[in-house]
Write a protein that binds this ligand. Sequence first.
Ligand SMILES: [Zn+2]
Length: 107
Amino acid sequence: MMERKQRLETLRDELVERIDRYRDHKEQRAGPLDKDMEEQAIELQNDEVVDALEREAEDELRQVMHALARIDGGEGELCEVCEEPIAGERLEALPFATLCRDCAEPR
Ligand SMILES: [Zn+2]
């Protein structure tokens, strides 16, 4: 339980750092447009990749924060939907999971 919280806190710090780096990268890119068309096209593609990575990291961060809040509330190991305990191996693989496998993958 404590261990999971520590893993989540580490993950949170990593994600915050990663999002910072993505933002820095984009700010640095906002320089003068003295490059040729091909370079500009490549950079535009890179920006799209960085945008997608940033969104992904933000989503994950949101989940991590949510899971941490539930742990602090004493219900970190319970499924948000059915309130059954989440399997230990699932929390091991996905420390930010807040749904049991059945609720996360409805049939
Ligand atoms: Zn459930």
